[in-house]
Design a protein around this ligand. Structure first.
Ligand code: ADP
Ligand code: MG
Length: 462
């Protein structure tokens, strides 16, 4: 497996665990350029220092944990590389691996860790998902109370606990919160969090490699099994069979099991009756859509966590923009933070409005972008440094990138031609005018160029 495929796999996991918005906003712009087995270092390239700092701050743990797992390592280091400051053109493209990668599937990774750890085993828990940062409102109070109760008294109260609700409403969060809370209680306990999807994949692999027995045995050593999105077992008869078997063994041994799903067991299509009745046999608790009050509370809590003081009017504005999905609400908040941070402005209702304006009628207002941001984005896109963009070199690639930069600066900011010429260290405004005119003609004829320009623009307005 090469670094590119590995990064694609990682993105799929990230999407599953933290939602597409965060992934699309931050992670897709990055790539895994190199894995150095000797020093156990993964080189992650970021398009600019802003993305680099943000991702490093917010997602380092997540990246380390999941990349380590994919690489079959206990621990890895991550080196973040800012592509915008690379010295030479072309550096930062994926380099071939010195050693082929070995993928350790989740279950095998678990046994590795089991061998190493004595008392408690924790696999794949997302540490940020906790009870104390989960906002409780009328829409989720039953699910929250049940999850909390289960975490205090494993295996006896509600077993299984089945949480269901539409996407983005906090099911996965609660599932991890149970795991984290049990882990912190210092009770010796083997915990496994796994998406049902992964369960299916692992099971299919076990069939292929004739290791079904080991596969089942590994699950049976678990004390707390957290299975996310069981709806994906639908129509997979053979996997359901294995699942049913494992479930029965754990249940009889009074091991706690918690499921989440996007619908009620009775609404999951293609589920064998006995599996369905098993899923329903404990407590079934729903999570519905949050009310405006709860959404405001969520916005405030999330801001607080980022160390941002959010005024009531802004929180209310963000909470009321129409989404009932907490994941989207979080995405909106990330965008507001990002725009505020990029443009160094205070977070006001006006800024939130600009940051959240949809493409189309309410195009994000151009004045929120400054020419330097545009320049950096263009440089990042072409994998050159900002200094090269501003240099006097006439290397073809640099000239091209410079033209694109001038064109987009004119198009997306309120800067005059003179401002742009200063920003890019050009002789005067006529140089810019010439470049912009030329670009205007070229994007008509050159599809490839047009695509690039559109893509950079999309990245900037996102
Ligand atoms: P689901 O699994 O139901 O699709 P998630 O648990 O992944 O949803 O939640 C999506 C995002 O919303 C997560 O980042 C989660 O932390 C956040 N979230 C959802 N509900 C709440 C809540 N009540 N309080 C705080 N954050 C929440
Ligand atoms: Mg989920």
């Amino acid at each position: 497996m090469n670094t590119e495929t590995m990064w694609t796999d990682f993105l799929a996991i990230a999407r599953e665990e933290m939602g597409s918005r965060a992934v699309d906003t931050w992670l897709v712009a990055m790539h895994l350029a190199r894995w150095d087995l000797a020093t156990k270092t993964a080189y992650l390239h970021t398009p600019n220092s802003f993305v680099k700092d943000w991702v490093k701050n917010k997602y380092s743990d997540f990246l380390e944990r999941h990349l380590a797992r994919l690489l079959g390592e206990e621990r890895i280091k991550i080196l973040f590389v800012d592509d915008a400051v690379l010295p030479a053109y072309g550096v930062g493209i994926s380099e071939p691996l010195s050693q082929p990668l070995v993928i350790v599937p989740a279950v095998r990774a678990l046994t590795r860790q089991q061998r190493k750890r004595k008392d408690s085993d924790v696999v794949m828990l997302h540490e940020e998902y906790r009870f104390d940062n989960f906002v409780v409102g009328p829409h989720n109070s039953l699910a929250y109370a049940a999850a909390h109760a289960v975490s205090e008294k494993l295996g006896t109260l509600y077993n299984p606990l089945f949480l269901y609700g539409k996407s983005g409403l906090g099911k996965t969060h609660l599932l991890h919160a149970i795991g984290n809370s049990v882990r912190e209680s210092a009770r010796p306990c083997r915990i496994l969090y796994q998406s049902a999807n992964r369960f299916v994949t692992e099971f299919i692999k076990a069939i292929r490699f004739d290791t079904v027995y080991q596969f089942e045995a590994q699950y049976k050593s678990i004390d707390l099994l957290l299975v996310d999105d069981v709806q994906s077992l639908s129509n997979k008869e053979q996997t359901q069979e294995a699942f049913f078997h494992i479930f029965n063994v754990l249940h009889q041994a009074r091991k706690q099991i918690v499921f989440t799903s996007d619908s009620l067991p009775s609404d999951i299509a293609g589920l064998a009756d006995r599996v369905r009745s098993r899923l329903e046999s404990g407590l079934v608790a729903d999570i519905s859509e949050p009310t405006l009050e709860t959404k405001i509370a969520i916005v405030k809590k999330k801001s607080e966590q980022q160390g941002v003081v959010m005024h009531d009017d802004v929180a209310e504005y963000i909470a009321s923009i129409g989404t009932s999905n907490v994941r989207d609400l979080e995405g909106a908040l990330i965008r507001v933070f990002a725009v505020a941070s990029l443009t160094k402005q205070a977070i006001t209702v006006e800024l939130a409005r600009q940051a959240l304006a949809r493409h189309g009628e309410q195009k994000p207002v151009p004045q929120e972008l400054d020419p330097v941001m545009v320049g950096r984005q263009v440089a990042g896109y072409y994998k050159i440094s900002f200094d090269e963009l501003r240099s006097q070199s006439r290397v073809k690639e640099l000239t091209m990138a410079r033209h694109v930069a001038m064109f987009l600066m004119k198009r997306l900011t309120n800067c005059s031609l003179r401002d742009i010429s200063k920003c890019l260290a050009r002789r005067d405004h006529s140089t810019v005018k010439h470049a912009v005119d030329k670009m205007e003609r070229m994007v008509h004829d050159d599809q490839e160029l047009l695509r690039s320009v559109k893509e950079i623009e999309r990245q900037l307005l996102r």
